[in-house]
Design a binder for this molecule. Structure first.
Ligand code: COA
Length: 201
C-alpha cells in the first residue's frame, strides 16, 4: 500500500463491511496514513487493472498484548497502532478485505501467505488475529459462540469470514465476548493463530 491507494482502500472498507456494521468503525485516511508511517512493511493492496481489489493491514505486538488484552483497542493500541512493537512476538492481522467481485479467487489466501512470511521473516512466534463471525446472528438462538465456532470448524455451518480463515490454516484459540462492536457477530470475536518457526521476542 502507498499513500496513493488510501482513498480506494477506504472505499473498499465501505463495500466490504456494509451495514449493519457501523461505518464509523471503518479505517479513515488518517489511520491508514499512520499505519504506513508506523509499519509500511505490513500494509498491502491487491491491484487488478489499476484498481484496488484487496487490502490487508497488519501490526506487530508484544507477547503481553497478545495474551492479556480484553479488547481490540487494547490489543493494538487503537486505530493509530499505539501498541506497535517492532520486537514483538506476534504479527497481528488488523484487516483483510477483498472486493466482492473478486472473492473466492485466492486473493485472501495470497494475503495470508504473505502474512505468514512476514511473521517468519521477522522471527515472530506467531501470526494472530481476532476475526468477525458475521453469520453468528443467524444461529445465536441455537448455539453459544463456542458451539457456533465448533460447528464452523467441523464444516456443519459456513461462516462467510471464519470459514475462509480456517482454510488458511489458522487454529481457534478462543471466542471472546464483547471484544468488538459488530451486530452480525453479536460482538463476539474469534481469536485465531498460527505458530511459526521463530524466536519469541
Ligand atoms: C474473508 C475474505 C477476505 C476472503 O477472501 P477471498 O479472497 O474471497 O478468499 P479465498 O479466495 O482466499 O478463499 C479461501 C478459501 O475459503 C473459501 N471461501 C471463501 N469465501 C467463502 C464463503 N463465503 N463461504 C464458504 N467458503 C468460502 C474458498 O472457497 C477457499 O476454499 P479452498 O481453500 O477450499 O479453495 C473476503 O470474503 C472478504 O473480504 N470479506 C469481507 C471482509 C471481511 O469480513 N474481512 C475479514 C474481517 S475479520
Amino acid at each position: 500500500m502507498q499513500t496513493k491507494h488510501i482513498d480506494a482502500v477506504v472505499e473498499l472498507q465501505h463495500s466490504s463491511f456494509p451495514p449493519p456494521f457501523d461505518p464509523a468503525l471503518h479505517w479513515k485516511p488518517e489511520h491508514l496514513l499512520r499505519h504506513l508511517e508506523v509499519y509500511p512493511l505490513g500494509q498491502w493492496v491487491a491491484i487488478s487493472e489499476s484498481q484496488v481489489i484487496g487490502s490487508c493491514s497488519n501490526t506487530r505486538i508484544s507477547e503481553h498484548a497478545w495474551n492479556h488484552s480484553a479488547s481490540w483497542d487494547e490489543t493494538v493500541g487503537g486505530y493509530f497502532l499505539e501498541g506497535f512493537d517492532l520486537e514483538g512476538s506476534t504479527i497481528f492481522g488488523l484487516d483483510i478485505s477483498v472486493h466482492s467481485s473478486a472473492r473466492k479467487l485466492g486473493i485472501g489466501r495470497a494475503f495470508y501467505d504473505r502474512r505468514f512470511q512476514l511473521a517468519q521473516a521477522g522471527n515472530c512466534l506467531r501470526y494472530g488475529t481476532v476475526c468477525r463471525i458475521p453469520d453468528y446472528y443467524r444461529y445465536a438462538d441455537q448455539f453459544s459462540p463456542t458451539e457456533y465456532v465448533r460447528k464452523v470448524q467441523s464444516n456443519n455451518v459456513i461462516d462467510r469470514t471464519l470459514t475462509p480463515l480456517l482454510r488458511y490454516g489458522l487454529g481457534v484459540d478462543a471466542t471472546l465476548e464483547d471484544y468488538l462492536e459488530d451486530p452480525e457477530s453479536m460482538n463476539v470475536g474469534c481469536r485465531l493463530s498460527k505458530l511459526l518457526q521463530g524466536v519469541a521476542a
